[in-house]
Design a protein around this ligand. Structure first.
Ligand SMILES: [Zn+2]
Length: 270
């Protein structure tokens, strides 16, 4: 392989718009490019992020070393900040969306805190269902955050059957849950989590699930890889996730890079 061949790595989940990157975003992107990342998908987490992201996307792509696409949605972590009318705003934005708005998310359910009040759960569920309805209406894929909530997520997805499915980001559920998502045509996102030897269940799934159901991600600035604990994560490290996955599956790095990138591009239709 020639040294200057562009690898096709795709970071399907990176919060590059967060202020963590304000000081050195251009360098982060240049490092990502050098590591072979050709595409990054930025999922929004709050309504205030939508317009700046859309505006940024109008920068001609030749000025960006990496192709950037985005998803628009409301993250369950910030449930107290989301107003019900934001879904109507989202509906309008999706109606007139540019080609760079490729998915709806980040949305989902987070019941990690077992003390989550029933009222908060209901609010999360209503908001998530609203996103799924929009995915059906606009025929777009979803980017879903799920913690201790896979069965609730699956229930909503089985009811609505969004035709373009989407990605379950940072998947770490059971094999049975993985198979249920695959039946609904969803892809599973694997990131830094699989670089930790103790994550044996998730590593086993990443090693054995059909490669056409897998996409790579960093979730930068969060979810540092093994060996980088305590540091800000960044999109270039999706290369290390790909190397880890290649080793786990016993296939070449290039095979992983090409297959997972193809999965993202066909899902997002780019
Ligand atoms: Zn995220």
């Amino acid at each position: 392989m020639q040294a200057n061949v562009q690898l096709p790595l795709f970071d399907s989940h990176c919060h590059l718009n967060f202020s963590d990157f304000d000081g050195d975003r251009a360098q982060v992107l240049n490092r990502a490019k050098k590591s072979g990342i050709s595409h990054i998908c930025i999922p929004a987490t709050k309504q205030q992020e939508w317009l700046p992201l859309i505006h940024e996307s109008e920068v001609p792509s030749k000025e960006n070393p990496v192709d950037i696409v985005m998803a628009l949605g409301l993250h369950p972590w910030f449930i107290s900040e989301h107003k019900p009318e934001y879904l109507e705003v989202l509906d309008k934005l999706l109606e007139q969306r540019s080609a760079r708005v490729v998915a709806i998310g980040e949305t989902g359910l987070d019941f990690f805190d077992h003390n989550t009040a029933a009222q908060v759960r209901d609010k999360q569920l209503a908001l998530f269902t609203g996103h799924v309805e929009l995915a059906c209406l606009h025929k777009m894929p979803l980017i879903i955050h799920s913690r201790k909530s896979h069965d609730d997520i699956l229930q909503v997805l089985r009811r609505w059957k969004p035709e373009r499915a989407g990605i379950i980001h940072a998947f770490s559920g059971s094999e049975q849950q993985a198979m249920e998502y695959l039946k609904l045509d969803f892809k599973l996102g694997f990131g830094g989590g699989i670089t930790y030897p103790r994550a044996s269940k998730t590593r086993h799934l990443a090693a054995t699930l059909p490669i056409n159901s897998i996409v790579l991600e960093t979730d930068a600035p969060d979810m540092p890889l093994n060996g980088y604990q305590g540091q800000r994560n960044e999109p270039g490290r999706v290369k290390l996730v790909a190397e880890c996955l290649a080793e786990l599956r016993g296939i070449s790095f290039m095979e992983v890079a090409q297959a997972t990138s193809h999965n993202c591009r066909s899902l997002f239709r780019i």
